[in-house]
Write a new protein. Sequence first.
Length: 383
Amino acid sequence: MSNLKEVTNYNYGIEKIFASAADFLPINGTDYVELYVGNAKQAAHYYKTALGFQSLAYAGLETGVKDRTSYVLQQDKIRLVLTTPLTDDSEVAEHVKKHGDGVKVIALWVDDARAAFRETTSRGAKIYFEPITETDKSGEVVRAGIHTYGDTVHIFVERKNYSGAFLPGYEPWVSEYNPIPTGLKYIDHMVGNVELGAMNKWSKFYGDVMGFANLVTFDDKDISTEYTALMSKVMTNGNGRIKFPINEPAPGLKKSQVEEYLDFYKGAGCQHIAVATDDIVFTISEMKKRGIEFLYVPGKYYDTVSDRVGEIAEDMETLKSLGIMVDRDDEGYLLQIFTKPVEDRPTLFFEIIQRKGARSFGKGNFQALFESIEAEQARRGTL
């Protein structure tokens, strides 16, 4: 299948792209995302307060777990697991020491975890752990894991015979402190940053090993400024519920955002999580009140955006005041905004996106986005 070069040309063959993703690995959606962090208790408070997540489940010393503590948060269809080490010689501790706070697990919800493990490992996936069955009074969950880029892993989760709060080994986390949600609905996509020359390797991995298809490709002409550039391939599964853009740096006069990430994360990893909302004005207004910092969008961006995207339902002055960007493709338009990194290392950040028909990724906003990122890099002295 040839790559699509223009995001705006989505009417042509878009359904064929989804259909071409092999059906040997049916995925229902993202089950959970697990971050290894230095202090899960405090991180959980941050994600509840600033992003509007709610308490769901807990595992730690009180539940018989001796080497780690995990807090599970939920907002609509999004589940985040925040895990911190209790010992200095564990996998969790080594991950935090090397990477800082970051995504370890991108868990995928499947109907048959053993079949998913068998299909992917038979095609070359490196084993993280073989299928295990975990049980408690609420039933059973089957999980199995494979490695992907860097130290990141995918865990297949089969939970059709389970009715508990999260997973066996966790207990419900009842908290009196649950700020109202900010309107986040589901994970739209998750972006991986990999080393120079590794983009094709990992896009091939998702194609050959997991049956994904290449939805769109961006080269350094699409994503570049005077100083920096990157290249990206967006991989999608058959039903389009899982989308993984894979970024690698491209040669430029200065250090790109991908290179900065790789330097501080000490290798490949998840750069950002894009979460969807049905009302981005409400979501961003709430997040700003709660202290979330977003990338600054140059005011000149809004001088021409209406000419480029045409009529939209939202008030442009409101979008400008919040720094929300707009882009259009043949299917409709989208609104998006990016947080600054949510930890001290300039690594993981979030994208908030509202799709009004568009299936693309905001190509028309790349220039303004890169300029904003470069301004932050210059402030950090890492450009």
